[in-house]
Design a binder for this molecule. Structure first.
Ligand code: SIN
Length: 312
């Protein structure tokens, strides 16, 4: 019997597929739809301390090979997601869900995390260090000094299971430098990757989204090779206690298989979920199971991280 079950941060999930933060996770209605689909769990839209309207529309566009967005962290505010997650802890105590969050400043991030630390929330936390779309706020994880400082401060008081959402890196030296920082901390997972920030898509001599003069994060088919490279580079470098969540360009069971082959323990779906809706989890799970059966694999641990290179 082929199983796509997995473990992350010590928690068990009956499927390794789930949504990526930002897609089908803004409201409790959307989160319920993902929860009640074939997905193993859900992650919330990245929460800031207070409700945010986000950037002006149009701020998201599906493209032939993916998507471009500059949402600007619209969200309902931390309490909205926390209230729902605490309610679910009562009604579905056997399942674990993920809360994504970040502040608009280091102080706000600490305020949020201290609230989560003091709460009864027992799930996983994903700290988003990679949003490319808030005007005037650079992606935190591209500044290694700021990243190390914030992680050092966070882990001086935060004891719950915390992972980080990363932007794509493009240089081997950056994989090494980032790893040297992450390996110092009790991070439970790194999520590779957020969108490729600040792309530009043109139609009829005009950009297709309004914020930031049309610059926005790219998702979908455009980014799978970059996502796979980041998953595998961190899988090869991070201490074994830090697991990898693979995100980027997953449209089929084969794409999910490749993320797992590169080392991912969980696989998130963003743009394709936006295009297809939560029924996508059933389709991709069936495709992944069929591929595993064809190759004689019964669990994802049978092939996770076993990507082969070309030898002489
Ligand atoms: C956004 O809200 O702008 C997207 C979130 C992200 O890329 O982290």
């Amino acid at each position: 019997m082929v199983s796509t079950a997995t473990r992350l941060g010590g928690f068990a999930f009956d499927n390794c597929l789930m949504n990526a933060a930002g897609v089908w996770c803004m409201t409790t209605e959307e989160l319920e739809a993902v929860k009640d689909s074939a997905a193993g769990t859900f992650v919330t839209k990245t929460a800031t301390l207070a409700y945010r309207e986000g950037n002006p529309e149009p701020r998201y566009r599906n493209l032939p090979l993916g998507s471009i967005n500059s949402m600007g962290l619209p969200n309902q505010g931390l309490d909205y997601y926390m209230d729902y997650l605490l309610e679910l802890q009562g009604s579905e105590p056997e399942r674990t869900f993920i809360l994504s969050l970040v502040g608009l400043s280091p102080d706000e991030t600490h305020e949020i995390l201290k609230k989560v630390e003091a709460s009864d929330f027992k799930g996983l936390i994903e700290l988003n260090l990679s949003c490319p779309n808030v005007p005037g706020k650079p992606q935190i994880a591209y500044d290694f000094e700021a990243t190390e400082t914030i992680l050092r401060e966070v882990f001086s008081y935060f004891t719950k299971p915390l992972g980080i959402k990363l932007p794509p890196y493009f240089d081997i030296v950056h994989f090494d430098q980032a790893t040297a920082i992450f390996n110092q901390f009790p991070i439970v997972f790194v999520n590779c990757v957020n969108s490729i920030g600040n792309g530009l898509y043109i139609e009829d001599e005009q950009v297709v989204i309004k914020p930031k003069g049309g610059f926005g994060g790219l998702g979908g088919e455009y980014i799978k090779p970059t996502a796979l490279a980041n998953v595998h580079a961190f899988y090869q470098r991070l201490k074994p206690e830090i697991q990898i969540v693979g995100t980027g360009g997953v449209l089929t069971g084969r794409d999910a298989f490749e993320h797992i082959l590169c080392g991912a323990s969980m696989v998130q779906i963003g743009t394709a979920l936006q295009k297809e809706g939560p029924a996508i989890f059933e389709r991709i799970t069936a495709e992944l199971q069929a591929l595993m059966a064809e190759k004689g694999y019964e669990t994802i641990e049978d092939f996770r991280g076993k990507l082969q290179t070309i030898r002489d």
